[in-house]
Design a protein. Structure first.
Ligand code: HEC
Length: 133
């Protein structure tokens, strides 16, 4: 008899843990979707190409990015397009965008050396052929 209440208690804990993690996943997806709208001008994940006329955002301090966005929004910082864009974001979204870009590595990761991947592809193909027979 005693194990039944314990079982329910564990179930309740599991349900509570799931309920807590679901909004986090949604928030993360929303943030990525918002941040993707910046890529056309600021580069993929905020990494501007060398010589690009628009500044990169990746790896810059979140406070700095959030302040810039709020100043665009209020009109304190003069701009051509950012004032219009920033007006579309609330405080939470501005903080999410700033944190997202601050967390992105500013440099592209080095491309893998050409020899290693081609060898691996051959190995994977052999493996697939062997396992399907
Ligand atoms: C249509 C192109 C365009 C898009 C899309 C865009 N930006 Fe910008 N961004 C600019 C330009 C141009 C500037 C320079 C200020 C100006 O004239 O508006 C700028 C400046 C900035 C700056 C200040 C950089 C600095 O060092 O002065 C930040 C921060 C910024 N943008 C963030 C964002 C974020 C976050 C998004 C996505 C929500 C975004 N931008 C989307 C064009 C764009």
């Amino acid at each position: 008899m005693r194990s039944i209440p314990l079982g329910w208690a564990l179930l309740a804990c599991a349900a509570a843990a799931q309920a807590q993690s679901a909004p986090d996943a949604r928030t993360q997806m929303n943030t990525q979707a918002l941040a993707a709208t910046c890529a056309n001008c600021h580069g993929t994940q905020g990494r501007a190409l060398p010589g690009a006329p628009v500044a990169g955002l990746a790896g810059r301090p979140a406070d700095e990015l959030a302040t810039l966005l709020r100043d665009f929004k209020s009109g304190k910082r003069p701009s051509t397009v950012m004032q219009q864009l920033a007006k579309g974001f609330n405080d939470t979204q501005i903080d999410q965008l700033a944190a997202y870009f601050a967390a992105q590595p500013p440099e592209r990761r080095a491309a893998p050396s050409p020899a290693a991947p081609s060898w691996r592809v051959v190995a994977v193909r052999r493996d697939r052929v062997l396992s399907s027979n």
